[in-house]
Design a protein around this ligand. Structure first.
Ligand SMILES: Cc1cc2nc3c(=O)[nH]c(=O)nc-3n(C[C@H](O)[C@H](O)[C@H](O)COP(=O)(O)OP(=O)(O)OC[C@H]3O[C@@H](n4cnc5c(N)ncnc54)[C@H](O)[C@@H]3O)c2cc1C
Length: 415
C-alpha cells in the first residue's frame, strides 16, 4: 500500500475502547483500519455492568436504544455492603444527572449485559464504521521510522501482514503489545487488581440491583453479585495485587469461602456455577501512566484507566476513545504526529478523569481500614446526604473537586 493509500487511523483491539474509537472516527470522516486478534462474538471476563459514563457515551453515539434491546438486565439499585454486613442501598431512579464530559442529562439507570453480547454488538457497529476490519489479526509489532510509529505488523491465518497509518491507537487491553513495543508497559502490583468471574444460576434474593460487598476475605477489594437475564448471575471477587501476594490469598478459595458463609450461604444454597471461575487483570488508574508518543496513543485498559474503587473500566475506555479521536482529528488537520503534539490527549484525559481517579484511589485506600469502611458505609446507610454523594460519584455527576477537599470528609463525620 502506498503512503497515499495509508489509513488515517489504525485501531488495534475492538473492545469498548477500540470500537468506540472507530465510531467516533467515522463521524469525523477518518479512514480507519480496525484489527482484533479475536473473532467476534468473544467472551471478556468482566462484571458486565454499564453505568454512568458508559451510558452517557452510548447515548452520544446514538446506541442507547439498541443497547436497551440487548438481552440483559436494567440496574435500578446499587447495594454497597460493609465488612460487618450493613447494606447501603442507592436508588438510581431517584434522579437524573448531567454527564461531566458529554453534558448529556441522563437517567441514572444502568445495565448488566454479558460482554459476549455487548462487545459483539459494539464490534458489529464498529465494523460498519471501519474502512477495513480484520478479525483473527494478532499484533506482533509496531512499525517505526525515524522514531515515529507508522504502522503495525501482525499474523493472520498464518501469514505476516503489515499496514501503515498516520496514527496508531493501542486499544489492546491490559497486556497491550502496542504499549510494550513502544516501551511504556509496566506492571505495578500496587496499581493492579486481579479478579475472578463465575456465572451462576439459582442465586436467591435478587432484584434490579447490583451488589458490591466489601468482604474481609479480599480487603481492599470486593465480592460482587450482578443479576443478568434468564435468572443467571455474574458473581466475582477481586483485590489489589500487592495485598493479595502479601497475604498469600488464593482468589478461588476466597470466593468459595465467601459464598459458603453467612450471610451469603443461604442465598447460594441452591445455586449452581455455570463455569469454572476465570481470572483476569485490571490495571487501575491510581497512578498516571504515559500513554502517548510519536505516532501513537494508548487507550482503555492498555492505558490503565480502570476505576480503583469500583473496578469499572468501560466508561473510562469510552472517554479515552472520545478524547483520542478529538486529538487525532487535530493531528491530521495539522499533519503533526509528534509526541509533543499528542500529549494533549493525555492531558485532556487526566483533566476529565484525574480528580475522579484520585478520589477513587482514596476510597480504595479507605478499604484497607476495616473500621473506617464500616463507618462510612454505616453513615451512608442511615443518611440521605451521604447516599446522594455516593450516588453522584457513581453517575459521574458530582464535581469530584469537592470530594477531594478535606472538608468533604469533615462534613461526612458530622452528617
Ligand atoms: C473481573 C473483571 C470485572 C470487571 N467488571 C467491570 C464492570 O462490571 N463494569 C465495567 O465498566 N468494567 C469492568 N471491568 C473492566 C472492563 O472489563 C475493562 O475496563 C474494559 O474491557 C476495557 O476495554 P478495552 O477496550 O480497553 O479492553 P478489552 O475489553 O480488553 O479489549 C481489548 C481487545 O484487544 C484485543 N487484543 C488484545 N491483544 C491483541 C493483539 N495482540 N492483537 C490484536 N488484538 C488484540 C482483544 O482481543 C480485545 O478484543 C472488569 C474487569 C474485570 C477483569
Amino acid at each position: 500500500m502506498s503512503e497515499a493509500e495509508a489509513y488515517d487511523l489504525i485501531i488495534v483491539g475492538g473492545g469498548p475502547a477500540g470500537a468506540a474509537s472507530a465510531l467516533y472516527a467515522k463521524r469525523q470522516g477518518l479512514r480507519i483500519l480496525l484489527v482484533d486478534k479475536a473473532r467476534f462474538p468473544r467472551d471478556k471476563i468482566c462484571g458486565d455492568a454499564l453505568s454512568g459514563k458508559a451510558v452517557a457515551i452510548l447515548h452520544e453515539l446514538d446506541l442507547l436504544d439498541k443497547v436497551r434491546d440487548l438481552p440483559g438486565a436494567a440496574i435500578d439499585t446499587v447495594v454497597f455492603g460493609s465488612p460487618d454486613h450493613v447494606d447501603t442501598t442507592i436508588d438510581l431512579n431517584a434522579d437524573e444527572h448531567r454527564d461531566l464530559l458529554t453534558g448529556k442529562v441522563m437517567p441514572m439507570k444502568g445495565f448488566v449485559i454479558r460482554r459476549e453480547i455487548f462487545d459483539n454488538f459494539l464490534f458489529e457497529e464498529a465494523r460498519r464504521a471501519a474502512d477495513t476490519c480484520l478479525e483473527g489479526f494478532t499484533l506482533k509489532d509496531i512499525l517505526q521510522e525515524d522514531g515515529r510509529v507508522t504502522g503495525i505488523v501482525g499474523m493472520r491465518e498464518g501469514e505476516t501482514e503489515e499496514y501503515r497509518g498516520k496514527l496508531v491507537l493501542g486499544c489492546d487491553g491490559f497486556n497491550s503489545i502496542v504499549s510494550r513495543k513502544a516501551g511504556l508497559y509496566e506492571h505495578d502490583d500496587r496499581h493492579w487488581i486481579v479478579a475472578l468471574r463465575c456465572y451462576y444460576e439459582n442465586v436467591s434474593d435478587l432484584s434490579d440491583q447490583i451488589e458490591l460487598h466489601f468482604v474481609d476475605e479480599v480487603r481492599p477489594g470486593y465480592f460482587w453479585i450482578f443479576r443478568l437475564d434468564n435468572g443467571h448471575v455474574n458473581v466475582g471477587i477481586g483485590m489489589v495485587h500487592d495485598e493479595m501476594k502479601r497475604r498469600n490469598i488464593n482468589l478461588k478459595d476466597a470466593l468459595d469461602q465467601v459464598i459458603g458463609r453467612a450471610p451469603f450461604a443461604e442465598r447460594f444454597k441452591d445455586a449452581r456455577p455455570l463455569e469454572k471461575p476465570v481470572g483476569w487483570n485490571l490495571p487501575v488508574g491510581s497512578k498516571r501512566r504515559k500513554i502517548h508518543g510519536n505516532g501513537f496513543l494508548i487507550l482503555g485498559d492498555a492505558a490503565g484507566l480502570i476505576d480503583p474503587f469500583t473496578g469499572e473500566g468501560i466508561g473510562n475506555a469510552f472517554y479515552s476513545a472520545r478524547l483520542a479521536i478529538d486529538t487525532a482529528v487535530e493531528a491530521i488537520a495539522e499533519d503533526n504526529f509528534t509526541e509533543r503534539f499528542l500529549k494533549r490527549y493525555e492531558d485532556r484525559l487526566w483533566d476529565s478523569l484525574g480528580d475522579e481517579l484520585k478520589i477513587s484511589s482514596r476510597m480504595q485506600s479507605l478499604g484497607r481500614c476495616r473500621p473506617l469502611l464500616n463507618f462510612v458505609l454505616r453513615k451512608a446507610a442511615k443518611n440521605d446526604d451521604v447516599r446522594d454523594l455516593i450516588c453522584g460519584m457513581i453517575a459521574n455527576a458530582f464535581p469530584k473537586k469537592e470530594l477531594l477537599s478535606p472538608l468533604f470528609y469533615l462534613k461526612l463525620l458530622f452528617k
